[in-house]
Design a protein around this ligand. Structure first.
Ligand SMILES: [Fe+2]
Ligand SMILES: [Fe+2]
Length: 328
């Protein structure tokens, strides 16, 4: 058995039957460390808190028992025609492999545990999506083989930062889909734990990043920071569409890599203004993180860019309105 396989098989799929579903859902969204004082990245207290948070907020739902709601023909068409299913399944498959590969490299038992669990949860997301695709008869392209990355840290960072960007927009789009009633509430509810799990994943990633920075030898830092910048450049390149036909592994992508940036109309039937969507994403991002210990770090780059953009738009709008002769 390979190291990667052993990570999956040794991680517990442990439904705790003493907890009710509602309690498990609440516990997945709220967590505070009992340790008093600051949780400074690089300290034992911080990394233990990160691992405890991830383990204790585990939601034990099982993809195999999800009862997929019956959809009327119009809604079924809406669901099956979303241009995301192939890329969603493949993204989860890649995330699972990359996280497990990176977890296998880490010596620290707390971080190893948290990242291995994250890989396991990505596999569960893939199972949820596979069940959905089967339930609604969505035609899928054959999955490409998942290759173990050669640069494990790079692949993990691409996946981690990518989740930070995609989750921020997905939180807003999900809320929009929920409010619009474009999809039945049972379907929305089924995906709610998956959404919250992505919030936990990027919470873990932000704290792993801070831990990794502070615990690596000082001489490695400049090279590491250059790689972080390179990941952002790669993601920007991918997001603005210059790399739409290729992914990080060089596989051809026929579906929408940018759905989380452009899918508002597809999930809600509403033409929402960009500024309003940004406000919703910011609001939802804050709400989803609000239940976790405030001493743990949050991802900051995407929310900061969104807040800055909104600030600029609010400054520019009255000027634009004056030039256009309209009331601001
Ligand atoms: Fe996932
Ligand atoms: Fe994730």
């Amino acid at each position: 058995m390979s190291t990667l396989e052993s990570i999956y098989t040794t991680l517990p799929d442990t439904p705790d039957t003493t907890r009710t579903v509602a309690q498990a859902d609440f516990d997945a969204r709220h967590w505070s460390s009992p340790v008093a004082g600051p949780l400074k990245p690089g300290t034992v207290e911080h990394k233990r808190a990160v691992a405890d948070m991830f383990r204790e907020t585990f939601n034990p739902y099982k993809p195999s028992v999800i009862a997929w709601p019956k959809l009327d023909p119009e809604t079924l068409k809406r669901v099956t025609s979303l241009p995301i299913w192939d890329i969603a399944v493949q993204t989860e498959g890649k995330a699972r492999l990359r996280m497990a590969a990176y977890a296998a490299m880490i010596d620290d038992p707390d971080m190893k545990d948290a990242l291995s669990r994250n890989a396991w949860e990505e596999n569960r997301h893939k199972e949820v999506l596979t069940k959905l695709v089967e339930a609604y008869g969505i035609p899928m392209a054959p999955e490409p083989p998942y290759k173990v990355p050669t640069d494990t840290e790079w692949a993990y960072m691409v996946t981690g930062f990518s989740e930070c960007v995609d989750s921020f927009f997905a939180f807003g789009l999900f809320a929009l889909a929920q409010r619009s009633g474009f999809f039945p509430s049972e379907l929305i509810e089924t995906f709610e734990p998956v959404m919250q799990e992505e919030c936990r994943h990027i919470l873990l990633f932000a704290n792993w990043l801070a831990w990794h920075r502070t615990t690596m030898p000082l001489w490695r830092r400049p090279w590491f920071e250059m790689r972080v910048w390179a990941v952002w450049v790669f993601l920007a390149y991918e997001r603005i569409g210059l790399a739409t036909s290729m992914d990080a592994d060089g596989n051809e992508q026929k579906q929408d890599n940018n759905f989380t940036l452009s899918g508002a109309n597809d999930v809600s039937g509403i033409d929402i203004a960009f500024g309003e969507l940004m406000d919703l994403c910011i609001q939802e991002n804050d709400r989803r993180f609000s239940g976790y210990d405030q001493r743990l770090l949050r991802p900051t780059t995407t929310p900061t860019i969104a807040r800055t953009l909104r600030g600029i738009m609010r400054l520019v709008q009255p000027i634009q309105a004056r030039f256009a002769g309209q009331p601001a």
